[in-house]
Design a protein around this ligand. Structure first.
Ligand code: DGJ
Length: 761
């Protein structure tokens, strides 16, 4: 709800308020972003002006207003505020000052339409219009939803001069408190590493300049009040609905305010604005909680699920998929795919995704990108024939595309070499490819026509939209590229809402809210090693719900880390996302098939909760714990890294249950490989066998050992403080009740409310 009275704007969501007022000279002054307060509190909440101005410049002599100090919702440049400015304009190559003051406002139902992807479905919006004496107009646009506020800006050049826009942030805000900024970065196969630093005099910047949102610098970040943890303290989550170069910064002033802003990266940016022209920024999302990082991320998850994900896929269960890439790479034909399809179906998969290599001369990553002719040598019956055969088996059919790129060795490039995105310097290649110039209409038309034609030619219900190289386009051209991309995605997928789109960019280079406005899920990383995924998925969970995270079980030893992680842990980690399998199924041993069948069955039973349940990161003494839940059921994944010698007692804490209710706790039935016990099997066998010999090897492929199982009841109160799990293997013999975990062991526990044991609380 948005209200305005006596110069105070009050925006309220569920359990939070956002307040600002106008100064005597018309600048919007920030008052509050936090628990619900009243507009009547404005005076009490406002920072009180001081007297000692030193060398500072007074904006207004009479009221002693100095723009360098108060918390502002926006600031110009050259008018006495020397904190970072969210705007930078040039005229004839010279920076010009800006001085925006209130002229009018408008409050409307729902979001105000933008030319960029934006949060939608509900909310209420405020358009605050400010003007500079020379006729520049700035609209600060706010939309308030139940769980978050979005902000963006629109600049209109109503002067008679041409100007160049060098920087225009989506929002600027001065927050109180001692804050720490946690940002996420990394690179290929190493997405979502985190870094935390106190916000201080030195500006902290998280910025991407690769042309896309990038794994190097995730657009979303957290600001936590000192001492805040997973379950307590004030945490702000901030993100940008944008797929291009982005910038976020935080810096503390002497007065103890933290100036925070986010928007398109100003790096090399220069957008010409002729008289009468305007520019619109992407939308930023601001989320507050005093319930720690979990409280914030639960709000953010609800916001993304309700206001970012396309309507047709909101809270709609995602299929368990099999993807051909890691198992086949480019080496497949119809017979091999159908054999894999048969096995995938037998394991319980619902969707078969044919990844790279189905078109043109695409037998390696050196050729074929840009062409859309099906390779009939590999697929004699075409995509339609393959899709129908898979459908007949009871599988949906999904297809990979990389529409934005072209290999120089392709028919498209031979025909239109000028369609590649180039600059005046010699071409540079990434993965043997160039990007197509999506700023050009004919290029966009080519992609839309060809992808649409393929989609309509076969029973395709899922698309993986890949993109595998950094851009060379700088500044404004990089932004135009992203506008072109959004147009293409809109033209292809808006008329085909039933197609499930998964975005991918060499893994997680485009895990951003802009792509999520089109694609309900994103391939989180090419790194499918479950131990690496613990970090990637845990950090993603701070900003994105599980339903958006593509998570697959792949082979061991793992292709990037050579780590040999038990199959059950590979499953236990992938459950907390959109589950898939990506390995050569032909190589699976009978016991592995049995384990996978069990995993898929278990996942399907609890899929709604895994994908859409309320997610928590639980602090543990040892290892990592994730929990998801709905009203009656909680699922807890508990993961260990290196197995200690003589491991100590271990409790599982399940907070937030109803204290007086009784719950059953049960661990998932998971299978252990016999060979993990090496020569120790001889302690329990009647005959002595060579642990490396053929008999044990054969037996290992056929017979599994069962991990010790937990099964007990406890009250919500006991579970909340932590219940004791059974002991782990300590080397003094085999006991079927022990948890027989090696390094990287794990399990998932189901905690269900018992209907028959209800007690009043
Ligand atoms: C990069 C993606 O991240 C992979 O999953 C796979 O689709 C390959 N491209 C195919 O070339």
């Amino acid at each position: 709800m948005i209200a305005y009275s006596d110069g105070v704007f009050s925006l309220s969501g569920k359990g939070f308020s956002y307040l600002f007022r106008l100064t005597g000279s018309g600048q919007p002054e920030h008052l509050h972003f936090g628990p619900v307060v009243s507009a009547r509190d404005a005076q009490a909440l406002a920072c009180k002006p001081g007297t000692g101005w030193g060398e500072s410049i007074l904006y207004d002599q009479d009221s002693k207003l100095c723009l360098n100090f108060p918390p502002l919702e926006w600031s110009g440049s050259g008018r006495g505020d020397y904190r970072e400015s969210p705007i930078w304009l040039e005229r004839n190559g010279e920076a010009i000052p800006t001085d925006f003051r209130y002229v009018s406002h408008e409050i409307v139902d729902g979001p105000i339409p933008s030319s960029l992807p934006q949060a939608r479905y509900g909310g209420e919006s405020l358009k605050l219009t400010l003007e500079d004496p020379r006729g520049l107009r700035l609209h600060l646009i706010y939309t308030v939803f139940d769980d978050a506020i979005t902000r963006r800006t629109v600049l209109e050049n109503n002067t008679k001069d041409a100007i160049t826009l060098r920087k225009l942030m989506s929002f600027c805000l001065d927050l109180p408190g001692k804050l720490e900024m946690t940002s996420f970065g990394g690179g290929w196969a190493a997405e979502m590493r985190s870094a935390t630093a106190s916000v201080s005099w030195n500006r902290i910047v998280s910025e991407s300049t690769t042309g896309f949102s990038s794994a190097r610098a995730q657009a979303g970040f957290l600001l936590c009040e000192e001492g805040a943890g997973e379950d307590s303290g004030v945490v702000y989550g901030i993100n940008l609905i944008y797929t291009g170069n982005h910038y976020a910064s935080a810096q503390r002033s002497l007065q103890g305010l933290n100036r925070v802003m986010q928007g398109i990266s100003p790096d090399s940016f220069g957008w010409p604005l002729a008289p009468g022209e305007g520019f619109e920024t992407p939308e930023a999302v601001l989320c507050w909680s005093d319930q720690g990082k979990n409280g914030m991320s639960q709000r953010m998850h609800r916001f993304v699920n309700r206001h970012i994900i396309p309507k047709a896929w909101q809270y709609r269960e995602r299929p368990v998929l099999y993807n051909s890439w890691e198992g086949c790479v480019f080496d497949f034909n119809q017979a091999r795919l159908l054999s894999l399809g048969k096995q995938a179906k037998d394991l319980g998969c619902e969707l078969f995704v044919l990844d790279d290599g189905w078109f043109g001369a695409r037998n390696s990553d050196t050729a074929g990108l840009g062409d859309y002719t099906v390779n009939r040598k590999k697929l004699p019956e075409g995509l339609d024939g393959l899709g129908r055969a898979l459908n007949k088996m009871g599988l949906q059919f999904g297809l990979w595309f990389e529409p934005e790129a072209v290999n120089p060795d392709s028919d498209l490039y031979r025909l239109h070499p000028d369609w590649a995105l180039t600059d005046e310097l010699p071409q540079l290649y990434g993965r043997n490819e160039l990007l197509l110039d999506l700023t050009r209409q004919e290029v966009r038309d080519y992609i839309v026509e060809n992808v649409s034609r393929v989609l309509d030619s076969a029973p395709i219900s899922y698309v993986k939209w890949d993109m595998n190289r950094s851009s060379i386009a700088l500044g404004a051209r990089a932004h135009r590229y992203i506008l072109g991309l959004y147009e293409v995605l809109d033209r292809i997928f808006t008329p085909r809402p039933e197609i499930l789109l998964e975005s991918c960019s060499s893994g997680g280079n485009r895990f951003d809210l802009g792509m999520l406005c089109f694609s309900p899920q994103v391939w989180a990383s090419d790194n499918t090693d479950p131990i690496a995924r613990l970090e990637i998925q845990q950090n993603l969970s701070c900003l994105y719900p599980q339903s958006t995270i593509g998570a697959h079980v792949s082979a061991a030893p793992h292709g990037q880390t050579l780590r040999n992680t038990p199959l059950y842990t590979r499953g236990n980690v992938a459950f907390f996302g959109c589950l898939g399998y990506e390995l050569d199924l032909k190589e699976l041993a009978a016991v592995e098939r049995q384990e996978i069948r069990g995993q898929v069955e278990f996942y399907k039973k609890y899929r709604r909760i895994f994908q859409f349940g309320s997610f928590r990161r639980i602090s543990t003494e040892e290892g990592i714990c994730w929990q998801v839940g709905d009203v009656h059921t909680r699922l807890a994944g508990l993961y260990h890294l290196l197995q200690p010698t003589a491991p100590g007692y271990e409790r599982l804490r399940v907070p937030g249950l109803k204290p007086g209710k009784t719950y059953t706790l049960e661990s998932r039935r998971q299978l252990l490989r016999m060979r993990q016990f090496g020569g120790m099997v001889n302690h329990v066998l009647p005959v002595k066998l060579n642990p490396e010999g053929a008999v044990i090897r054969q037996a290992d492929r056929r017979y599994a050992m069962k991990d010790g199982r937990e099964h007990f009841t406890a009250t919500g109160a006991a579970l909340g403080q932590g219940v004791m799990l059974s002991a782990r293997f300590t080397g003094t013999g085999y006991d079927p009740d022990l948890r027989l975990h090696t390094d990287f062991g794990s399990n998932v526990y189901v905690i269900e409310e018992e209907a028959s044991h209800e007690k009043s609380e």
